[in-house]
Ligand binder design. Sequence first.
Ligand code: PLP
Length: 315
Amino acid sequence: MPMPYAYFQKQFVPLAEAKIGIMTHAFLYGTATFEGIRGNWNEDVRQIYLFRVQDHFRRLHRSCRILKIDLPYTVEELTDLTVRLVEMCGYAEDVYIRPIAYKSSEVIGVRMHNLEDDFLAFVYPFGPYLDIEKGIRCMTSSWRRVEDVGIPARAKVNGLYVNSALAKTEAQENGYDEAIMLDMDGHVSEGSGENIFIVVDGRLYTPPPTDNILVGITRDSVIRLAADELGIETVERSIDRSELYVADECFMTGTAAHVSAVVEVDRRPIGDGRVGPVTAHLQKLYFDVVRGKNSKYAHWCTAASPKLQPAGRQG
Ligand SMILES: Cc1ncc(COP(=O)(O)O)c(C=O)c1O
């Protein structure tokens, strides 16, 4: 039986024991930054492959610089700790790892300075997040993406996700699967938890980092796979809302969402309203890569071998 563990206050503890106090600064003010990392189960070799885990921790370090959080672990230490945590939990299925660097002082007072910092991580069994087979239906949100001059989207700030949550709930309560947020200039920014691409005349287009996106690791993977495996160039430039309506194909990328086709936006079918050929090709490539089935991209996958551990604290 799998046994959930967390890394909390510098040790491995059963998940149920990992509790923060109600006065924790990060809880009071959202002063924390996180990552979402996928561990993809490969049944053939019975291993979990952590996808681009070092790149996630590099991004976490960058987010910490923006939030003035001291993260006293190297990328290698964070990777080793995560592999150990995944192995300890013993899940034989797809998992999602949530590391968080946060302001841990139990104190009132909104600021970033003169506070203690801490780091935690936990593992969560996690299957598909969006409908990969059929594709998803999206609406342009009435909520605008938070701008870099407000809360920088390039840092994965916990408090920033109120923006995403408002947009996602609006979309789902209106019968859609996902929201597409525009920035203050009216350009397409991203989904509530995904980057967005369109396919036009055999080229990919995606908003640049300066259009208030989280610079996604899946986004980067898809750009590289498209170039190196399909010979398709990606142009990073601002995208108007109406360009979505007339695109040949549209898809979203993200750790949770993988590569998900967008088949409808604002009640208009994209292309013929089905998963398009470029999207389907990228999906196939991507799923082989993240499950460690493409040796050319083995350097993107870090293997973890889940095993059962006796319950109790681990040193
Ligand atoms: C707002 C937002 N944009 C984009 C992404 C995609 O980033 P990545 O591919 O690194 O998971 C995510 C998910 O992490 C996200 O939350």
